[in-house]
Design a binder for this molecule. Structure first.
Ligand SMILES: NC(=O)c1ccc[n+]([C@@H]2O[C@H](COP(=O)([O-])OP(=O)(O)OC[C@H]3O[C@@H](n4cnc5c(N)ncnc54)[C@H](OP(=O)(O)O)[C@@H]3O)[C@@H](O)[C@H]2O)c1
Length: 294
């Protein structure tokens, strides 16, 4: 039974890789935030599909390591270190990419960061920092690569967002607001460019265990999507070029919010505290078990 399940999974993974290879064949892809987490995991899937990619992040050494792995898996990787919290640096990055590598077919705006902080403790600069990296930088990069895509009548922008934009997320006011701005920009872009060959996909990512979560201990107890699965969502976006990819349960929450916002507010208010207590107990159990076995 287990063997059959493994074989089925293996076949699905092979099918996915060959569809990704087909979608990326002869195309050039830019992946931001490729030095870590979801961006790195997707970059390695793209490498196994034989892609040519430009990997972007601030930490050059990490990027070099990912590029080495990329080459071993059969892809061609170039690295570009850039700080995407600066829209001017993002614009310069686009110029360098176009000059050194040529037109870009797919842009994955994945680089980002979050801050988990109650709204009362959130400082004005927190809002600024998160808007810079999650909205202004990626938007500047998109805007700089867009003219080439429009000229060729082909291109794909993939915006990595969060389910927090759909559901709301207590303690993430600055992060969710910045991601929401990026989502609305993507949505407008999609509507405007509908007939001009450029596609825009937004991916609402649920919790995924990456270095982004490390500072928040309790997240170790929360249910999370695997890194491989999260990366595959980006691959699916490349393959199918849909408007949006989001978990069904968060889309349902969005619908409930549209028709009965008061109900959702009540569920959040009543459920938030007990849910956290439950997760705290789960975390304590997990840590006890790992102490006992270590
Ligand atoms: N993990 C989750 O639960 C989750 C949930 C929803 C959405 N997301 C979104 O998924 C995306 C990837 O996050 P992750 O979880 O994979 O986090 P991660 O492991 O911390 O990776 C973040 C990536 O973004 C890059 N980055 C951060 N600031 C940058 C800057 N100023 N300029 C250029 N690159 C920068 C980082 O590289 P350097 O540090 O080398 O610059 C790194 O490669 C983010 O947009 C995040 O908001 C994550």
């Amino acid at each position: 039974m287990l063997d059959r399940l493994r074989a089925r999974r293996h076949r699905a993974a092979q099918r996915y890789q060959s569809r990704l290879a087909e979608a990326l064949g002869g195309r050039r892809i830019v992946i931001t935030g490729a030095s870590s987490g979801i961006g790195r995991a997707f970059a390695l899937q793209a490498a196994a599909a034989g892609a040519e990619a430009i990997l972007v992040a601030r930490r050059e050494e990490q990027l070099e390591r990912v590029a080495e792995e990329f080459a071993k898996l059969g892809g061609v990787a170039h690295i570009q270190a850039a700080d995407l919290s600066d829209p001017y640096a993002a614009g310069r990055l686009a110029e360098t990419i176009l000059r050194e590598h040529g037109p870009v077919d797919v842009l994955v705006n994945n680089a980002g960061r979050s801050i988990r902080r109650p709204v009362a403790d959130t400082k004005p600069e927190d809002f600024g920092r998160l808007v810079d990296v999650n909205y202004l930088g990626p938007t500047a990069l998109t805007m700089s690569l867009l003219p080439g895509m429009l000229e060729r009548g082909a291109g794909h922008v993939i915006q990595i967002s969060t389910i927090g934009v759909q559901t709301g997320a207590p303690n993430f006011s600055a992060y969710v607001a910045a991601k929401a701005a990026a989502d609305h920009f993507a949505r407008t872009l999609r509507l405007e460019l509908g007939g001009r060959g450029v596609r825009v996909t937004t991916i609402q990512v649920p919790l995924v265990r990456t270095p982004m979560l490390t500072p928040t201990r309790i997240y170790r107890a929360f249910p999370a999507q695997s890194l491989d699965r999260a990366a595959r969502r980006i691959g699916e976006a490349v393959i199918r070029r849909p408007v949006r990819i989001a978990p069904r349960w968060t889309t349902l929450i969005e619908v409930i919010h549209a028709v009965a916002p008061g109900l959702l507010q009540w569920v959040f208010t009543v459920g938030h505290e007990p849910f956290h207590k439950l997760m705290k107990r789960r975390l304590d159990r997990m840590e006890r078990r790992s102490r006992d076995s270590g």
